[in-house]
Design a protein around this ligand. Structure first.
Ligand code: B1M
Length: 210
């Protein structure tokens, strides 16, 4: 669909206002929010990611594209989340220590909230102990960690260890995800669940509390 290609192109160019306007237009035209997200915004981010890797674009361009992505997600938010009103419990969420990527984490938050969870978002660059302390302070049964760098993935293992050391490992489920994370990695660090995307993360969380 031409408008989805336009969204992808404007995102790559970092045109935040254009991305917002086109996302609104696509909604008004009756295109499903999930399609706008996947075939417009995320398709654009994928291209930026590939160009970044190939040194064809650099951090400033990636940053403006990321801001345009966030602007688009803001428009889609009310249409993406299902908006369950009953509270399903609280989830501690954050991007692990040393890692500043938050677009995926924010999508995961949106989907958790859409399924009726209250999300305590610790933000980015979150130390292992901070995840655990927040879970204890808020009596949370789920800790969700996002990692986007191969260099920060090992911090997930430290979250699992910190939960053991503080004696809460059997009381919490530790969910993990992010582009470099795999099921094999999840098994190797002893986390409870790896999910590939934000929607399946929210479905898994529902399974855990069922
Ligand atoms: Co960065 N970056 N970045 N970056 N960046 C990557 C991750 C990289 C793959 C790019 C590349 O080389 N192709 C590469 C990592 C390589 C590696 O580790 N092997 C990389 C690098 C190297 C870096 C820097 C080191 C660059 C530098 O400074 N030289 C630096 C590190 C900074 C730091 O964190 N300390 C850096 C910086 C940045 C920006 C700040 C410019 C910006 C982030 C802006 C922001 O987040 N606010 C940025 C971006 C945007 C990217 C790419 C291009 C896009 C990431 C993204 O947002 N994708 C990325 C390339 C790529 O991933 N292809 C790249 C869209 C988002 C929706 O996807 O986060 O994967 P994602 O989330 C998905 C799933 O993974 C999943 O759900 C989402 C979809 O539904 N998911 C979960 C995520 N978390 C989950 C948790 C769950 C379950 C599912 O359960 C709890």
């Amino acid at each position: 669909m031409a408008i989805l290609d336009d969204i992808s192109a404007k995102l790559q160019a970092g045109k935040r206002k254009d991305v917002s306007a086109l996302c609104q237009q696509a909604i008004d035209e009756g295109i499903a929010a999930a399609d706008i997200l996947n075939k417009g915004l995320l398709a654009g981010m994928d291209i930026i990611g590939a160009k970044f890797k190939a040194n064809e674009v650099f951090v400033p361009q990636v940053l403006v594209a990321a801001r345009a992505m966030n602007a688009g997600v803001e428009i889609l938010k009310p249409h993406l989340a299902e908006g369950e009103s009953t509270s399903k419990g609280k989830i501690i969420l954050g991007t692990v220590e040393g890692d500043l990527h938050d677009i995926g984490k924010n999508l995961v938050k949106l989907m958790f909230e859409g399924k009726g969870f209250e999300v305590i978002d610790l933000g980015v660059d979150v130390a292992p102990e901070k995840f655990i302390q927040a879970a204890i302070d808020n009596d949370c049964k789920i800790i969700a960690c996002s990692a986007l760098l191969t260099t920060t993935m090992p911090k997930i293992g430290e979250v699992v260890k910190a939960a053991e050391e503080r004696g809460i490992r059997d009381q919490v489920k530790i969910m993990i995800g992010g582009a470099p994370v795999t099921q094999e990695f999840c098994d190797s660090v002893g986390a409870d669940a790896y999910t590939e995307d934000a929607t399946s993360a929210a479905e898994k969380a529902l399974e855990f509390i069922a």
